[in-house]
Design a protein around this ligand. Structure first.
Ligand SMILES: NC(=O)c1ccc[n+]([C@@H]2O[C@H](COP(=O)([O-])OP(=O)(O)OC[C@H]3O[C@@H](n4cnc5c(N)ncnc54)[C@H](O)[C@@H]3O)[C@@H](O)[C@H]2O)c1
Length: 336
């Protein structure tokens, strides 16, 4: 029985987390949850945003599933997501985007099936920021290290090779960012030489955005820097139905945290309207990560069957079912 740290989060987090744990229980997935929270709810109760007990649990179990977290607005609060990614070197942010029958999007007939690898710990999110108040000069430094660039590029190619993918696209701006951009480009070219069976191409980020909107089905695996990846991953989610339906994972060499990429949706929290698909899909990535492929496939099939019946789907998917009705419908489809 694999122990998993479960972080329900804030807002709709507990509702969508319950949906996932109910589905896993019904499917008899051999995992045991160790619940530890973080975020606004925890802060209100204990004055701590990230309790030590949560960190201890992650360090012991090395695998976590995280609901969305509200970071209190104001000075002195660092994003919990950024903190965990940097503390545990979760350098790969992996986001698959795939068109799914039953999920409406402008590109529903395009057959999009791409996976974005975003560098998750460096670049413009390194936290190297200064403000010279006297002269009115603001600096945010994009620091890419050779080690950091190599490991994310290699991870993208290794994923492509392992999963029978054909092509890796490096999205960059090395024509202007001659130093930080070039480090990434060099690392991608090096990885491409190591995996000659994978086609490799480079696209400047502005053209990349246009190409993704015009002909997204041409892309397979994409690798890019932290900031570009942050933006591109939401763009890619928008191609296949939005943030409510896409999975996300933060992966390092010895720890991984899987998470819904949408926020805590305070506008619908506690109303039974939340769609658990994004967190469920993240949990399925987690099952593949721990080697439970058959259980992941079984639950994915049940999810896909449910998505085809609008009457069983939540409001954001065009239905009128509650979170628990949607969950029960997935459970009802588990044996089919
Ligand atoms: N990964 C994270 O933990 C994460 C990510 C983004 C935002 N946040 C936090 O979430 C809070 C709210 O942010 P926001 O309002 O900008 O974004 P949001 O993603 O919470 O909500 C945007 C809109 O999408 C809807 N929505 C989001 N997820 C949904 C779901 N699963 N089912 C149905 N509808 C859903 C919401 O109702 C809302 O109308 C903020 O405190 C922010 O800091 C956390």
């Amino acid at each position: 029985m694999q122990l998993i740290t479960l972080i329900p989060g804030d807002g709709i987090g507990p509702e969508i987390t319950k949906a996932v744990t109910d589905i896993f229980a019904a499917a008899e997935v051999p995992v045991q949850w160790e619940e530890q929270n973080a975020g606004q709810t925890t802060f209100d109760a204990s004055g701590e945003l990230i309790p030590q007990a949560l960190l201890d649990s992650l360090e012991k179990n090395r695998v976590g599933l995280k609901g969305p977290i509200t970071t209190p607005v104001g000075k002195g609060f660092r994003s919990i997501n950024v903190t965990l990614r940097q503390k545990y070197n979760l350098y790969q942010n992996v986001r698959p985007s795939k068109t799914t029958p039953g999920i409406a999007s402008r590109y529903a007939d395009s057959g999009i099936d791409l996976v974005l690898f975003r560098e998750n710990t460096e670049g413009l999110y390194s936290g190297l920021e200064m403000y010279d108040e006297h002269n009115g000069i603001a600096d945010s430094i994009a620091r890419n290290t050779v080690v950091g660039a190599r490991r994310i590029c290699r991870a993208a190619f290794a994923y492509a090779a392992k999963h029978g993918r054909k092509k890796v696209t490096m999205a960059h701006k090395a024509n202007i960012l001659k130093v930080a951009g070039k480090v990434m480009l060099d690392a991608a070219q090096e990885a491409a030489r190591e995996f000659p069976q994978i086609q490799y191409e480079e696209k400047i980020i502005d053209n990349m955005c246009m190409q993704l909107v015009i002909r997204p089905e041409q892309f397979d695996v994409i690798v890019t820097t932290n900031l570009f990846g942050d933006i591109l991953s939401d763009l890619c989610a928008g191609l296949v139905g939005g943030l409510g339906v896409v999975a996300g994972a933060n992966i390092g060499d010895d720890m991984a945290i899987f998470e819904a990429v949408h926020g805590s949706a305070p506008d619908i929290a506690g109303q039974g309207k939340a769609n658990p698909t994004a967190l469920l899909r993240s949990a399925l990535m987690m099952l593949h990560h721990i080697g439970e492929h058959a259980k992941a496939d079984q639950i994915e099939k049940a999810l896909h069957l449910t998505l085809l019946d609008k009457s069983k789907c939540t409001g954001d998917l065009g239905g009128s079912a509650s979170t628990s009705e949607f969950t029960q419908a997935i459970i009802g489809n588990l044996g089919k």
